[in-house]
Design a protein around this ligand. Sequence first.
Ligand code: NAP
Ligand code: G4F
Length: 334
Amino acid sequence: MSKTALITGVTGQDGAYLSQLLLEKGYTVYGLMRRSASQEFLTERLKWIGVLDDVNLIHGDLLDLASLIHVVNQVKPDEVYNLAAQTFVHTSFDQPLLTAQVTGVGATHMLEAVRLAAPGAKFYQASSSEMFGKAQEKMQSETTPFYPRSPYAAAKLYAHWITGNYRESYQMHASCGILFNHESPLRGIEFVTRKVTDAVARIKLGQAKTLDLGNLDARRDWGHARDYVRGMWMMLQQPTPDDYVLATGRTVTVRDMTKAAFDHVGLNWEDHVQVSNRLFRPAEVDFLLGDPAKARRVLGWEPTIGLEEMIGEMVDADLERRRQAGDVRARVPA
Ligand code: NAP
Ligand code: G4F
């Protein structure tokens, strides 16, 4: 019999790729989305990836526990993927309380809804490498101490611990994926990779000349979202719940990632990039490098797409979008 999955954050990057993966595996997929006056724009990613007609969209909000209980009762999922969050670190400094409510307490709302309405469902919590913050070890693994450096990271850490608490207190099959940065052509345009690839496309097409960036020295361990959603699914196929790091094991500066994007279209990045102080954060995460050994050993998970290949795919997709008028994501200010 086919399994039923409920994905919160279905309109986001990972929600789109995970929907595609689960549909390919024969799941019935329900996606929780917020009611919006701009409904058609919210479903852009699902449309882009070709799954909009196959996902059952259902309204609810992580801030509204009653709506979540209602949804879980209605769907009776076998697996729940809690991907919804306020995800932009920079915004979390401007909206710390909203971030705490959605990204932190929202996870408890979802856990509570599952505990009450579908206690046997397997639960995935989208934890983040941002929780390592001021990293206490050179390679960060499941045992590395956390040191959050933003309201977003602090909220994610609360959600991470409460998920473990529900696992231990109520014997729920609740797992956390501590995922390092993962990107794709469906990445929000405010994040640095997509901001860069979109600017490269505009500069190449003669629609722009310069690109403002903040801290070029920050290092990230960047992988592809397609690989990472596969890891989420693998975690929920295990007989016992646990926490896993998903990462590539390679760290690259924002500067070198930017260079790779300009190189892809034969441009010199130094002719176009300027550093702007307003794009620096009150507290920065300087260095992230993940150790995915446990995921490799227990799940058999491996990343398959390298940074240069991914950045090339993103630049090509942005060139295509910028050639066509009217792409909504391309109009969101960076
Ligand atoms: P994303 O593209 O920003 O998507 C976030 C999703 O959350 C959107 O669907 C958004 O809906 C939804 N959402 C926000 N507030 C909500 C609320 N109050 N109620 C219901 N839904 C709400 O994020 P992503 O990159 O796919 O990431 C997925 C998850 O993984 C997030 O929890 C993120 O924090 C975590 N994560 C991501 C990365 C990464 O590198 N991508 C790494 C580690 C962890 P709207 O479309 O209505 O805004
Ligand atoms: O792309 P970013 O905004 O991603 P960040 O802050 O690492 O967070 C992302 O990854 C996390 C996983 O570790 C997720 F949990 C989180 O939800 C999100 O998906 O910034 C990456 C780095 C930062 O050090 C930032 O200071 O790039 C630096 N940066 C330099 N100039 C910039 C810019 N970031 C952005 N967004 N825009 C710039 O102009």
